[in-house]
Design a protein around this ligand. Sequence first.
Ligand SMILES: *Cc1c(COP(=O)(O)O)cnc(C)c1O
Length: 394
Amino acid sequence: MKDLSRCVHHPAVSHEGFSSLAVPTYRASTIVYPDAESFAQRKCRGADGYSYGLHGTPTTRTLEAQLTQLHGGVRTVLVPSGQAAVTVVMLSVLLPGDRVLIPDSVYPPVRGFCANYLKPRGIDYHVYDPLVGDGIADLIDARTKLVWIESPGSGTMEVQDVPAIVRAAKAKGVLVGCDNTWASPLLFKPLAHGADFAIEALTKYVGGHSDLLLGSITVSDLDLRQRLKDTLRMVGIGVSPDEAALALRGIETMGVRLAHMGHISEDFARRLEPHPAIDRVLHPALPSCPGHEFWKRDFKGSSAVFSVVLRPGCEENLGPALTALRIFAIGASWGGTRSLIAPMAIKGDRTVNPWRSEGTVLRISIGLEDPDDLWADLTDLFAKLEREPAAKVA
Ligand SMILES: *Cc1c(COP(=O)(O)O)cnc(C)c1O
């Protein structure tokens, strides 16, 4: 072999004895075959085999297998974002003429996808009250092929009665998908309650460091997995092994991060409830939260995200008060090490249950900073927002 050939032929080295705790990052587009016959037969390798980098590498398969185990499912597919996890499910099971039901509290870009992408292509959607429970049965017509659940709901935290909704949907032969991003599989397992698709924005708690975008869809049925894989193959969607490797690192510490941050979020939610600048605290662990009884019955604990509704009139200084925060950063997304806060416009996103609170909703995500620093930052913020003198703040 001459030098130019040597440059492109990596010598085979021994892997023997190389037993690393870290999952290797396998980067590949091309997969090579030992002979022409196995290349010709490559389709026979199926969805669990390796045929082309886009369709999976040992790195992405490891993360998929780990999520499958955590969810108690049969297979997981990875997609480039949490939003893609939602849309790939919808694109895989809905055809023109079909209809999907989504909760009023859904992650807003999902409503946008239904209105601006599905609807013009002849797929209808209907928005339902997240607290509908088994009343979902009355909303399922012959065209309805999928019920979407997100519990607790983005921003406003309504906890849904997942078992009741699943039972009603199953009785009518309708598939159920559940966005489980708030809870992660550590706090709630949708498949164990009969959902057909459990989706996660791995961007949040699995990634855990605000440095990757990834989503997952876990199913307990191989046919559904095939339908998802078919969609990904036809559209040409795969994920980077580097993102998967970061997620594999993040998932190792998810348990301790979530337990720590969830404990603080619950504690802060309770302590903020009586604050004069705050109208309502929206946290699934508080009895005042819509659907709290379902959280208590079905969830193993709290994650780190909750919201507060400001008392009307308390947002006059909101802009400067947020800018003055020292520990909290202003931003969307969450699940990383840094605590975040973000004002949210809820009203325009509600069509079934008009949002009656006049006050601004602030979504708060607890990170890994010292809880005393976080509390001081928050109490300074709410003291600035309160009209009465700051002395009233506990
Ligand atoms: C963040 C989020 C998503 C979207 O995740 P991306 O990876 O940012 O696309 C979907 N659902 C919920 C509930 C989320 O919080």
